[in-house]
Design a protein around this ligand. Structure first.
Ligand code: WTA
Length: 651
């Protein structure tokens, strides 16, 4: 089984099931195949047309794109305001009574905010920031639970041209202060706390601890969510309900340049200092809103629910900016999927007649583990489009989602993108694309992707390699805050002239893209570059398996050997016989080269707070090393449990 010289990563899995769009869906679909052709002819003209049609400008732009690789400027000379585009224009058009967010708190309370409500609250919050001395260009840090004040705070910043940096509410004081200091934020907006898994989770004490070492912070605004009082530092800390509550709702939007910084979002590097990914105004607004309308087939009466946290880019682009620019009605849920029980999400879908649902494969696999009885107990017939994001989705998880959530009818859009890309770049268009379970299918119109080998040469169809992007797109990052050299080095130096995303991918004979995970995770077994994703998918393909993570461990004979960590479905029983069966199953599905040498049953896997498996820690465990940095780990007890059992791996 000799690899062709150019194969950077082997293509082992062969998934042949296909799903053709339903004619009834096609007849009403927002997207048509013409978009590909139009963008192919002239991608700059394509984005220019869309920017003129979709964005409300205070001053029209003159030049569509200035591309000085790797620095892009889109819609040069234009002026606009994002909050105006997300709120005022809908209210002015008579849609003020349309619901922007149905919010559900974990303990059960609900709030619905219309576009008019949101506009009023954003105006008041923007005036509050003004009162604290925040001016256009000043940075504001936001550290909040999933409550309506979070998008309100973001839009208030956008309204006055103050870039925000949202720090996920699950992060520590140290992570918060590091980010505040990197961008020199002047104000911090936070809350006393929120609810998660039936418990109160305090935030203000972390914020206080962080503010002890953030000299640039002058004021904090604190939302009273839990309601039993927290320590407030006189003159520095202000209750939201006092300060925002007493403001006028009238706050004229400040027109800013197309390239004005809208926000920074820090990616937690596993070893190095977090990078402040910089996004600007017009291109980001266009990229997120257009992809949202096409990829989710958004119609005026849809109820759209992206079940991510706003602390991640998915929430920025597809809970806040994209959907609001499109005037969508969204659902926002504060808490965990298993509280009070594993059918919480399905109850919400039923209650609000959610028609579009967007979530992560890690959640799908968690639901798979619990079994189909939870979705089956609810009326999910309102669902008509399902999305997936954040990791490769295994074909079996895709099929489970299709059958048990989408009732075999709703198209699935597997969307590939990154914090850096700002918008979805590879995805099916529902009603246009024939899908294959596990494939993100094709680059979005106007996006030029490729799969290249180690020398940057395009790999022929059927082969695997490194995923790159070969032309700029409107929502792309504009750099790393304060360190443009690192920007060039991180993304543009591996393959000169191309953006390297850090992901492996393969294309099948029909040109479908299959994401293979981070290239740092690729294993080298006897000279074959094997993707962790493909072996994991082969394991999940077995009826007893809910989730799997594999890593390469040092091996005297083969260089690396495959070590698999397996979570069984609730119905499965760990046994030596099953371990043997699973290893054989991988050999059967993708070939003997990929048969795991070691296999261990585990109750859970170490994940980041955004749900990505931390394979680095699994490698440490498998090779018996002391653990590296665990600060981004969501639940530290998981590794201890795995470690205690790690002597018992099957060989
Ligand atoms: C991974 C999340 C496969 C990928 C929007 C990427 C995916 C990283 C997919 C970015 C997908 C995201 N299929 N892999 N559909 N979507 N990824 O910055 O490795 O949190 O580089 O952005 O997630 O993660 P980030």
């Amino acid at each position: 089984m000799d690899a062709p010289r150019s194969a950077a990563i082997e293509n082992l899995m062969d998934e042949r099931r296909t799903f053709v769009p339903d004619p009834a869906f096609v007849a009403r679909a927002n997207a048509t195949a013409d978009l590909y052709a139009e963008a192919e002819r002239d991608y700059v003209a394509f984005w220019e047309r869309l920017a003129r049609e979709r964005i409300s400008w205070s001053k029209p732009f003159e030049t569509t794109l200035e591309w000085d690789l790797p620095f892009a400027k889109w819609f040069v000379g234009g002026e606009l305001n994002v909050a105006y585009n997300c709120l005022d224009r809908h209210v002015e058009a008579g849609r003020g009574d349309k619901v922007a967010y149905h919010w559900v708190g974990e303990p059960g309370e609900t709030r619905s905010l219309t576009y008019a409500d949101l506009l009023r609250e954003v105006g008041k919050a923007a005036n509050a920031l003004r009162e604290l001395g925040v001016e256009k260009g000043d940075r504001v840090a936001i550290y909040m639970p999933m409550i309506p004040e979070l998008p309100i705070a973001m839009l208030a910043c956008a309204r006055i041209g103050a870039p925000h940096t949202v720090v996920f509410g699950g992060f520590s004081a140290e992570a918060l202060s590091g980010r505040i200091n990197d961008c020199g934020a002047k104000v911090l907006i936070t809350a006393d706390g929120g609810y998660r898994r039936g418990k109160e989770v305090g935030l203000k004490h972390h914020a206080d601890e962080a503010m002890a070492s953030t000299p640039t912070i002058e004021h904090a605004i604190v939302v009273n969510r839990l309601g039993h009082g927290v320590h407030m530092v006189p003159f520095r800390d202000h209750w939201w309900h006092d300060l925002v509550g007493r403001q006028s709702a009238d706050c004229p939007p400040v027109a800013v340049d197309s390239e004005h910084m809208l926000y920074l979002l820090y990616t937690s590097g596993t070893t190095a200092k977090p990078k402040g990914i910089l996004h600007t105004t017009a291109g980001y607004l266009l990229g997120t809103s257009f992809t949202h309308e096409m990829i989710f087939d958004l119609k005026p009466d849809d109820v759209y629910w992206c079940a991510a946290d706003i602390g991640w880019v998915t929430g920025h682009s597809y809970i806040v900016y994209g959907p609001l620019a499109n005037g969508a009605t969204g659902v926002m849920y504060e808490g965990a999927p298993d509280t009070p029980s594993w059918d919480r999400w399905w109850q919400i879908v039923e209650d609000y007649k959610v028609s579009i649902l967007y979530m992560a494969p890690t959640a799908i696999r968690a639901f798979m583990k619990q079994g189909p009885q939870y979705p089956a107990a609810h009326d999910l017939s309102s669902l008509r489009v399902l999305g997936s994001v954040g990791e490769p989705i295994n074909p079996e998880a895709w099929l489970w989602y299709h059958e048990h959530v989408g009732r075999g009818a709703a198209p699935i859009v597997d969307t590939w993108w990154q914090t850096e890309t700002g918008m979805i770049l590879i995805s099916p268009l529902p009603g246009v694309t024939t899908t294959k379970p596990g494939s993100a299918t094709f680059p979005f119109p106007g996006i030029k992707a490729d799969v290249v080998d180690a020398d940057g040469v395009s790999v022929p169809l059927g082969g695997g390699g490194y995923l790159v992007l070969k032309q700029p797109w409107p929502a792309m990052l504009r750099g790393i805050y304060g360190d443009q050299e690192r920007y060039r080095e991180t993304y543009w130096s591996r393959f000169p002239g191309m953006y390297f995303a850090g992901d492996g991918a393969k294309r099948d004979e029909e040109g479908y893209y299959w994401l293979l995970g981070r290239v740092d995770d690729v294993m080298n077994v006897a000279g074959h570059r094997i993707s962790t994703t493909e072996v994991e998918s082969a394991l999940v393909d077995h009826r007893s398996v809910a989730e799997a993570a594999v890593v390469g461990v040092k091996d005297e004979v083969s260089g690396q050997a495959i070590y698999a960590f397996v979570i069984l479905k609730a119905s499965g029983e760990p046994s030596d016989a099953l371990a043997v069966q699973l290893r054989e199953h991988v050999a059967y599905v993708i070939g003997p080269i990929a048969r795991p040498k070691y296999l261990m049953f585990v109750p859970d896997l170490p994940k980041t707070r955004s749900g990505k498996i931390m394979r680095r820690l699994l490698r440490d465990i498998a090779e018996g090393r002391t653990l590296g940095d665990t600060t981004t780990l969501a639940d530290a007890t998981v590794v201890d449990t795995i470690r205690e059992n790690s002597g018992s791996a099957e060989e």
